[in-house]
Ligand binder design. Structure first.
Ligand code: NAD
Length: 335
């Protein structure tokens, strides 16, 4: 049975991806390597803890000895690399952790996989020809958009935060391993995910949590910043498709075609909570504007036509259907 290394699987997207992937691929085993920063939580994976095709290893992607030992022990035939420092606000306060994990950690994994799978540039070892390294990245590498336009795979990189700069750097390392060594790499750049299991610090869990606890719901600036929201399970389906069918060396943008501004998001969550968990006044009265994030990008929006037309992927949730499911999950968590 083939074994895939998944990094950062105790975080938000990885913890949605692994159960989905194991269920859909009964012929594969998964090893989840996660150092469990504040953002990782093994209870995110409680539904698969007894699955015989799943192994959890607590460890750091930057630890060369450990990652080499894991390759030798499990003979990985693929890597799907989620592990990262992922919160823009933290990258403003503490950028060094972002450079270490996102840039050096990605390089470390890539380089170990190359040594393990390949003889020399262009030459895979016998039996390792189909081994693939899939790097999970973000649309934030493209910088910011004005009122119009969409990010395509051809858009020039223009990262604006230490987080997006570290992800852009990791994307370039991955790209270089294709062009220099012809290693079988592939990258997906996705828009903002939402759904179950996201860390409390992120926008949507914060809005729900603060609303329920009766606190002010903080919205940066004037609330007009726009993101293209992607339901996490739609993202997981896109990753699986690209991992299996994408063209080596290429990149694929994954986006939900659900551009919404932050104020709209706060308002719709409050409206749903007004129905699901009514109280005397509307939750909307708790919305309060706070000082904007430094360098806050105005708008991100993805043109997903490459993955749609070439691989047949489509987002199945729109924001209004996905947010209802998401709120149900957080109501169970927070109530
Ligand atoms: P997350 O912060 O929820 O989870 C990251 C996981 O990586 C955590 O479990 C953490 O413990 C682990 N980790 C961090 N440093 C590590 C290290 N040095 N070694 C091993 N494990 C380590 O992040 P997420 O939201 O699940 O994002 C996953 C990936 O998707 C990231 O690469 C991120 O850049 C990318 N992405 C996320 C979004 C989004 O909206 N969440 C959007 C675009 C791209």
């Amino acid at each position: 049975m083939q074994t895939i290394l998944i990094t950062g699987g105790a975080g938000f997207i990885g913890a949605n991806f692994i159960p989905y992937f194991l269920k859909n691929n009964k012929d594969l085993q998964v090893v989840n390597l996660d150092v469990l920063t504040y953002a990782g939580n093994v209870s995110n994976l409680s539904e698969i803890k007894d699955n015989s095709r799943y192994t959890f290893i607590k460890g750091d992607i930057c630890d060369r000895n450990l990652v080499e030992e894991l390759f030798n022990k499990y003979n990985f035939s693929g890597v799907i690399h989620f592990a990262a420092e992922s919160h823009v606000d933290n990258s403003i306060k503490n950028p060094d952790a972002f450079v270490r994990t996102n840039v050096f950690g990605t390089f470390n994994l890539l380089d170990i996989a190359r040594n393990y799978w390949m003889e020399s540039p262009n030459v895979y070892k016998e039996g390792y020809q189909d081994c693939r390294f899939h790097h999970i990245s973000t649309d934030e590498v493209y910088g910011t958009l004005g009122e119009i336009g969409l990010f395509t795979e051809e858009t020039s990189y223009a990262p604006n935060s230490p987080y997006s700069a570290s992800k852009a750097s990791s994307d370039f390392m991955v790209r270089s391993y294709f062009h220099t060594y012809r290693m079988n790499v592939i990258t997906t750049n996705c828009s903002n995910n939402y759904g179950p299991k996201q860390h409390d610090e992120k926008l949507i869990p914060t809005i729900i949590r603060k609303a329920i606890s009766g606190e002010n719901i903080p919205i940066y600036g004037d609330g007009k910043n726009i993101r293209d929201w992607l339901y996490v399970l739609d993202h997981c389906k896109g990753i699986e498709l690209v991992y299996k069918k994408g063209i080596t060396g290429e990149t694929y943008n994954i986006g939900g075609k659900n551009e919404r501004d932050n104020l709209y998001i706060a308002n719709i969550i409050c409206e749903i909570l007004d129905k699901e968990l009514p109280k005397e006044k509307s939750y909307k009265e708790q919305i309060s504007f706070v000082k904007d994030r430094p360098g806050h990008d105005f708008r991100y929006a993805i043109d997903a036509s490459k993955i749609e037309n070439n691989l047949g992927w489509n987002a199945q949730e729109n924001f209004e259907t996905g947010i209802k499911k998401t709120i149900q999950w957080y109501l169970e968590k927070y109530n």
